[in-house]
Design a binder for this molecule. Structure first.
Ligand code: ADP
Length: 907
């Protein structure tokens, strides 16, 4: 058990002796034993004992201690005023946080101040803007099992986005989990956690929540006909539990309930279906079948750099989303990400987006004006979420109003829209004039953040409020005039009327004038040079003012809450508007990119029968790479059912893997609805993209690269079909050359004969090019390089046929490897050419061969090493050789290592 969680041992031992406050802390820790409890003491959130030690270290705050009659306890606290940034760090470190606030004023009670957990903050259920990325969703997932079937629910608590799906294969669920990349997964008693990746927090939740009947009831509280909406019991159980969890975590934050919500009661309330707990802004549940979208598993998501750069230190914009995102609003940013996450399959739906992009691309001025307007749009989804959760302040309402004010201008720009998609978007841009008027009438233009201290509601909105304000104003006026009146009455010219927070209003008379003070003055305060008085009338007026002001503040808060809930009732209309704005922004972004980077509209081909794919790209470019370097050489790609397996050869760094990825990314972009970086493209939608790319890219915990590679290959061979696009880069490197070659050949044959997938296979194994000549639907491509005075020149140009050599040594020269090493490498290459190893092999593979044999059988390895050197190798060097993990070395590192070993030999 993590010492930061649960009741501290030091306290548990003597629970009954603890001071009331510490006992409270102990009990809250016991109840929230999976979270760090932040315990309000005045202006600080404190933690004690193990939790204090942990937070002090994590947050780099001072570790102090608190001493009372029962002992001394380590203590660390964070100021409430900027708690959010500290909470963020705790979440990042993998903790949940339970915030225990003082729920009564210290003055209200004689005993210890009551505290209660008002919110549990978990990575998947955040709604605080400061803790969320604005242009990305933040999902919490729930997984439930019913028989063979696994149900998956995905909810963004901050926006209300809600999805459901199910499958019998755990891998399919794992794929969907990677697609949505949730930061937390809630699992039931019988659901496995294995579809959840390591960086996702797993939260076991009350088994009751996953119960079929309760889950169905919970769903029924939100959606009209959940049984028709969802396809399987497993989905119902996952989604019902997810709603229960969201209510449980967020339920305590309703302002009105703050304080009187005990945790046990809250759990009960969630299961009893207490309507108070409902999160009204969750109005839509999208049930989908993974097969409705281009399927991308975790491996493909990563190797095609959709959201994360492939290298750890890669630039953030070196991703597909970085290339495509020119959105103006957070709404559009999230929508675009959703489209990239779930590329379409239906040509008609894809073309509807292409039509809109085409129209916006050519309407330059309109597009720019729309973009400018959209920049003024606030995050409507999260705004309405806050409004609905009663967390919105008056400024949020004004933000909503400001957003609604630009909607008519956006509509106006779309007046001449031609294509179906844009026209229907325009129709859906409801300016919500009633809501806007309500806010304009009710809320002043620049309200304060606080909602209980008045100054929010506009003059003329409410008669009662205006009366109260009038009373207060009249009273103030009477007092303002008082000074003048009293000076006249008493003849004291220096008489002053003032106000302070302790005594309220007073009349001040300096000592020399005290003789002239009238009868009805009552002395309140004696100062050094003066005395302060009040009159009964002054007190009366003062009470009137204070009373009226107080009631006005209360009335304002009341009115504000009314307005807020009146708007909350329009949640679905606001969400409809948000949806339309989001889609428009995403389309404009795609059009902007298409115009700026010279993309073309791809022609989408119907998917007729099961005839395989057609991918025909003229002058294609890699969307990410072309942005990061000065010039990029466009290349064609022609793949049809009769020519569906391309074996691609060429030296390292000649452009093979860039080429393969670019083909896949063009396909993907087209299905997202984007134009593509090419001169022309004709494409059949692809159902699924598989990638098996670069051994050193996937360093999965504990498994050898060879195992990872074989695992990925097994998935491809099992699941690919004639609607799949498969990219294979360097298969069979983690084992001996002979083994690797055999595996590569068998895979090629299998993919060709049985799977029928469209395949791009980059390889160093030259015999594969001969195999390609024998297989009917296979063909060869290569990247040629020139040698100019011992230096290689890359053209990055793809051509038919097989490459002639691998130029590994020349590449090493170009990379600045010492001349002696290069010379020796040349010797080795020509020596090896005399052996029965294929000519085309690179020097790396020769090392692979040594390494592979060595790890299989030490003596053979030593022998192989000895042969390669042509003499005896001392055992220590042989050992070092064997230990080399070639799969994880770059060619340059390998050569440098070789150089070092060679020097050792020469010593
Ligand atoms: P390989 O897979 O053959 O080892 P890569 O595809 O990794 O080679 O390409 C190596 C580098 O060459 C890339 O990082 C990129 O900078 C450059 N490159 C690749 N293709 C092109 C191209 N078509 N035009 C310009 N530069 C390219």
């Amino acid at each position: 058990m993590d010492p930061a969680l649960g009741p501290p041992e030091q306290m548990a031992e003597k629970r009954d002796e603890l001071t009331p406050m510490m006992a409270q802390y102990h009990d809250l820790c016991a109840r929230y034993d999976d979270a760090i409890v932040l315990f309000q003491v005045g202006d600080f959130y404190e933690t004690f004992c193990g939790a204090a030690e942990r937070t002090a270290r994590l947050l780099e705050i001072a570790l102090t201690s608190r001493e009372d009659s029962t002992g001394e306890y380590p203590m660390a606290g964070i100021p409430i005023d900027n708690a959010e940034s500290y909470i963020e760090e705790l979440l990042e470190a993998g903790y949940r946080v339970a915030v225990a606030d003082q729920v009564e004023e210290p003055g209200e009670t004689s005993g210890v101040v009551e505290r209660a957990v008002t919110r549990v903050i978990t990575p998947g259920t955040l709604t605080e803007d400061e803790l969320l990325s604005s242009d990305d969703n933040n999902f919490v997932a729930a997984i439930a099992r019913e028989g063979e079937r696994l149900g998956l629910g995905l909810l963004d608590v901050s926006t209300g986005d809600f999805y459901a799906t199910s499958a019998t294969a755990p891998e399919s669920i794992a794929d969907e989990v990677s697609r949505f990349d949730p930061s937390e997964a809630v699992v039931g008693p019988d659901a496995p956690a294995d579809p959840v990746p390591d960086d996702c927090m797993v939260t076991p939740f009350d088994a009751r929540a996953f119960d079929r009947e309760r889950a169905a009831d919970k769903l029924a509280a939100y959606f009209r006909n959940p049984d028709a909406l969802l396809a399987a019991d497993a989905e119902i159980r996952a989604c019902g539990a997810l709603l229960a969890y969201a209510e449980y975590v967020r339920g305590g934050e309703h302002e009105g309930e703050r304080g009187d919500v005990d945790d046990e009661e809250r759990v009960e309330a969630v299961f009893e279906g207490d309507a108070e707990q409902r999160l009204e802004y969750i109005t839509q549940l999208t049930r989908y079948d993974p097969r409705e979208y281009l399927l991308l598993d975790a491996v493909a998501l990563r190797s095609l750099e959709l959201f994360e750069p492939r290298t750890v230190h890669g630039r953030d914009d070196a991703t597909l989303v970085g290339v495509l995102d020119e959105t103006a609003s957070a709404l559009g940013g999230r929508k675009l990400r959703d489209w990239i996450r779930r590329p379409l399959l239906e040509p008609a739906r894809i073309e509807a987006r292409h039509d809109a992009v085409a129209e916006l691309k050519s309407a330059v001025r309109t597009r720019e004006r729309l973009h400018d307007r959209l920049r003024e749009v606030y995050d409507l989804e999260r705004l309405i979420g806050r409004i609905s959760r009663e967390r919105a302040n008056a400024r949020d309402l004004r933000s909503l109003r400001d957003t609604l004010a630009v909607v008519p201008q956006i509509r106006e720009q779309l007046a001449d829209a031609d294509c179906e998609r844009l026209r229907s978007l325009r129709e859906n841009l409801d300016p919500l004039a009633d809501v806007r008027e309500l806010i304009e009438d009710a809320v002043v233009a620049e309200p304060p953040i606080e909602i209980t201290e008045g100054g929010i509601i506009a003059e003329g909105y409410d008669d009662d409020l205006d009366d109260l304000r009038g009373t207060a104003r009249d009273g103030k006026q009477w007092i303002d005039d008082l000074e003048e009146r009293e000076r006249e009455r008493t003849g004291i010219d220096s008489l002053k009327v003032g106000h302070n927070s302790v005594h309220g209003y007073y009349i001040e008379v300096t000592n020399p004038n005290l003789d002239s003070v009238p009868e009805n003055y009552q002395r309140r305060q004696t100062l050094k040079n003066s005395e302060r008085f009040v009159t009964p009338k002054l007190k009366e007026r003062e009470d009137e003012i204070v009373g009226a002001q107080q009631r006005a503040d209360e009335r304002e808060y009341e009115l504000f809450c009314e307005v807020r809930s009146e708007i909350a009732a329009e949640v679905e209309r606001v969400q409809g508007l948000a949806e339309a704005i989001a889609a428009l922004d995403a389309l404009i972004s795609l059009a902007t990119v298409a115009a700026q980077y010279d993309y073309c509209r791809p022609e989408m081909l119907e998917r007729d029968g099961r005839d395989g794919l057609e991918i025909d790209v003229e002058g294609g470019r890699h969307p990410v790479v072309e942005r990061t370097q000065e010039s990029f050489v466009p290349n064609d790609a022609r793949l049809t059912n009769d020519r569906r397996l391309a074996v691609i050869t060429g030296p390292n760094m000649s452009g093979k893997s860039t080429y393969m990825r670019q083909v896949a990314q063009i396909v993907l972009l087209a299905q997202v609805g984007s134009f593509v970086p090419a001169r022309a493209a004709r494409l059949t939608p692809v159902d699924r993209i598989f990638t098996r790319v670069g051994a050193s890219d996937d360093i999965a915990g504990g498994r050898s690269t060879f195992m990872v590679e074989m695992d990925e290959l097994a998935t491809i061979l099992r699941e690919a079909d004639e609607r799949s696009l498969v990219l294979l880069d360097e298969v069979g490197r983690g084992t001996s050359t002979a083994d690797g070659m055999a595996i590569a050949q068998a895979i090629t044959e299998h993919l060709h004969d049985r799977v029928g997938a469209t395949t791009l296979f980059a390889t160093h194994h030259h015999p594969l090019t001969e195999l390609a000549d024998e297989l009917g639907a296979a063909f060869t491509l290569h990247f040629e390089v020139d040698e100019d005075d011992g230096e290689v020149v890359f053209h990055h140009e793809i051509a038919p046929g097989a490459a002639t050599g691998s130029y590994g040594v020349e590449v090493a020269t170009a990379a600045g490897v010492p001349e002696t090493v290069v010379e020796r490498s040349r010797e080795l290459v020509s020596e090896a050419a005399g052996d029965d190893v294929d000519d085309g092999e690179s020097i790396e593979e020769r090392e692979d061969a040594i390494d592979g044999d060595a790890s299989a059988e030490p003596t053979a390895g030593a022998a192989a090493a000895a042969t390669a050197d042509g003499g005896d190798i001392p055992t220590d060097i042989a050992t070092e050789l064997r230990a080399l993990d070639l799969a994880h070395l770059t060619p340059v590192e390998a050569l440098t290592e070789l150089d070092r070993l060679k020097r050792l030999l020469e010593e």
